[in-house]
Design a protein around this ligand. Structure first.
Ligand SMILES: Cc1cc2nc3c(=O)[nH]c(=O)nc-3n(C[C@H](O)[C@H](O)[C@H](O)COP(=O)(O)OP(=O)(O)OC[C@H]3O[C@@H](n4cnc5c(N)ncnc54)[C@H](O)[C@@H]3O)c2cc1C
Length: 424
C-alpha cells in the first residue's frame, strides 16, 4: 500500500517547466530532495546555517539503511514498558516535561498513535516508502558511485528473551505477508555464526532476526559527496546562511529573509529537520514535528577488526544499534524528549560505551569515542511530512519529520515530493 498524504497536507502542483527551487537545510533529506529536483532539470539553491552539509541530525546517526525495520516508536507495547522506561536509571528514554504546548501536544498525539491499528498502518506505509527509497538510493548510487562507505552486510536484531523473539517472529511473518524482504529467525548459536564478534555475547540472547539485505553507510560522507555533486552540476549551496523569515504576497512566498540577505525562488522546501516546526510557525502553520534527542559514539576498529561486527546489530534489550562504517564502528541510541536542549550529556556517552563493552567484550575502548548528539525530527506517528501544508502558501513544500529513519527514507521521500510538485 502506498502511503497517502499525512493529514494536514494536500496534493499540490508545480508546472513541468524548469523552476528555481530553494531548499532550507543541507541534511540528508534536503540534499536527497535537491538531487531528485536537479535530476528533473530544476535549478536548486540549498541554504544551510552550518558551515557544511550533514551536520544536523544526519551527521553522527546510526548509519543504518534500515529498510526492513521501520516499526514506529509509537507502538502498543509502549503502554506496558512506559513505567520502566520513564523510571529506570539507565533507561534509553528520558522525558523532561516543559512549559511548552508543542511538547505536550506531541506527547499526547504520540500516545494516541500507540495502538495496534495505527502502528500496523504506519508500518505498512513506511515499508512502502522504504522500498521506494531503496530503489531510488540504489539507482542514484549506480549512476554516481558516491564514496560513503556503503555496504550490505545484513542486520541482526538481538532478543534477550524467548518471549521477545516469539513476538519478533510474528512481526517477521506479518512483514512477509506485506511483501517485505526475506528475514529469518535464528537461535543464538546461528547469530554468532553469522557475526563471529557476537560469540562472547551469544549466551545472553535467546536469538535474533536476521535480514541479509540490510545496508549501512556514513550519512555525513554521503551528504558531503552529494553536496559536491550538486554544486558541480550547477546547484547553489550556500553555507553559513540562516533562514530567518519569509516575505509573502498574495498567498505565496516571494522571498526568504536570511542572514546573508533576501533569497528568491519559485518554490521553497522546508527540509530543516526538527527546526522546520519553528520556521513553519512563522507562517501560522503548526506542524507536529518535535525533536527526539539521541547520541552516538564512533570507535576506531583498525587495530582489532575482528572484535567489531561487520554485520549491523541492533540490541533490542539496550535499544542500541551498531553499524560498521569502514574501519569504524558507529554505536547509537537513546531517545530524549527534552525540548531544544542540544547539550551533550556525558552520562549517555558512558552508557553507550558500556553497552558496547557488554556486547563486544574484545573491542578495545580506550581510544577516542567521538561523542555526538543529534535531534531526530519526529512526528507523533512516525510518518514523515512530504507535501504542501494545508492552508500554507501555495509555493511552500514540507520535507521533514523523518524521525529515526531519515537516512533510510530520504531518497523515497525526495521522489514523492518531486512527483507531487510535477503533478498538474
Ligand atoms: C542517534 C541517532 C541515530 C539515528 N540512526 C539512524 C539510522 O541508523 N538510520 C536512519 O535512517 N536514520 C537514523 N537517524 C535519523 C536520521 O539521522 C534523521 O531522520 C535525519 O538525519 C533527518 O535529516 P534531515 O535532513 O531532515 O535533518 P538534519 O540532518 O537535522 O538537517 C537539517 C538541516 O537544516 C539546517 N537548518 C535548520 N534550521 C535552519 C535555518 N533556519 N536556516 C538554515 N538552515 C537551517 C540544520 O543546520 C541542518 O543541517 C538517527 C538519528 C539519531 C539522532
Amino acid at each position: 500500500m502506498a502511503a497517502g498524504p499525512e493529514p494536514g497536507l494536500q496534493c499540490g502542483s508545480m508546472e513541468q517547466r524548469s523552476t528555481h527551487v530553494c531548499i532550507v537545510g543541507a541534511g540528508i533529506v534536503g540534499l536527497a530532495t535537491a538531487y531528485a529536483l536537479q535530476q528533473q532539470g530544476h535549478h536548486v539553491t540549498v541554504l544551510e546555517r552550518a558551515p557544511g552539509p550533514g551536520t544536523g541530525a544526519t551527521g553522527g546517526n546510526g548509519a543504518q539503511l534500515s529498510y526492513s525495520y521501520v516499526q514506529p516508536l509509537a507502538d502498543p507495547g509502549i503502554w506496558r514498558m512506559l513505567p520502566k522506561l520513564l523510571l529506570e536509571k539507565e533507561s534509553p528514554l528520558a522525558l523532561r516535561l516543559r512549559a511548552d504546548p508543542a511538547q505536550w501536544s506531541w506527547c499526547l498525539r504520540f500516545l494516541g498513535a500507540c495502538n495496534a491499528r495505527a502502528s500496523s498502518a504506519t508500518t505498512q506505509a513506511l515499508l512502502a516508502l522504504a522500498a521506494e527509497s531503496r530503489q531510488a538510493f540504489e539507482a542514484m548510487q549506480a549512476a554516481e558511485s558516491l564514496a560513503c562507505e556503503l555496504h550490505t552486510p545484513g542486520k541482526l536484531v538481538l532478543f534477550p528473551t524467548q518471549q521477545g523473539l516469539d513476538a519478533a517472529a510474528r512481526q517477521v511473518a506479518l512483514q512477509a505477508r506485506m511483501g517485505g524482504a526475506p528475514q529469518h529467525v535464528v537461535d543464538a548459536a546461528e547469530a554468532a555464526r553469522i557475526e563471529p564478534a557476537l560469540a562472547g555475547h551469544a549466551r545472553h540472547i535467546a536469538g535474533a532476526v536476521h535480514t541479509p539485505s540490510e545496508s549501512a553507510a556514513d550519512a555525513r560522507l554521503l551528504c558531503e559527496q552529494l553536496a559536491r555533486l550538486l554544486a558541480a552540476r550547477g546547484a547553489a549551496l550556500r553555507y553559513g546562511t540562516t533562514v530567518q523569515g519569509f516575505e509573502r504576497q498574495g498567498g505565496a512566498i516571494t522571498g526568504l529573509g536570511t542572514s546573508a540577505g533576501m533569497v528568491r525562488a519559485d518554490h521553497y522546501v522546508l527540509a530543516s529537520g526538527w527546526e522546520s516546526a519553528a520556521l513553519a510557525r512563522q507562517l501560522g502553520l503548526h506542524i507536529p514535528v518535535y525533536p527526539l534527542k539521541g547520541y552516538s559514539i564512533t570507535i576506531d576498529a583498525t587495530g582489532t577488526p575482528q572484535a567489531a561486527p561487520r554485520v549491523s546489530v541492533t540490541d533490542s534489550a539496550r535499544k542500541v544499534v551498531f553499524a560498521r562504517i569502514g574501519e569504524r564502528l558507529r554505536v547509537a541510541g537513546m531517545v530524549e524528549i527534552v525540548g531544544r536542549d542540544t547539550r551533550l550529556d556525558p552520562r549517555r556517552i558512558d552508557s553507550l560505551r558500556r553497552s558496547t563493552q557488554e556486547v563486544f567484550a574484545h573491542l578495545p575502548l580506550d581510544g577516542a569515542l567521538h561523542p555526538w548528539t543529534g535531534m531526530r525530527p519526529a512526528t507523533p506517528t512516525g510518518l514523515p511530512l512530504t507535501g504542501r501544508p494545508r492552508g500554507g502558501p501555495r509555493n511552500l513544500w514540507l520535507q521533514t519529520g523523518h524521525g529515526a529513519l531519515g537516512l533510510t527514507l530520504a531518497f523515497g521521500s525526495a521522489q514523492r515530493l518531486v512527483a507531487q510538485m510535477g503533478k498538474a
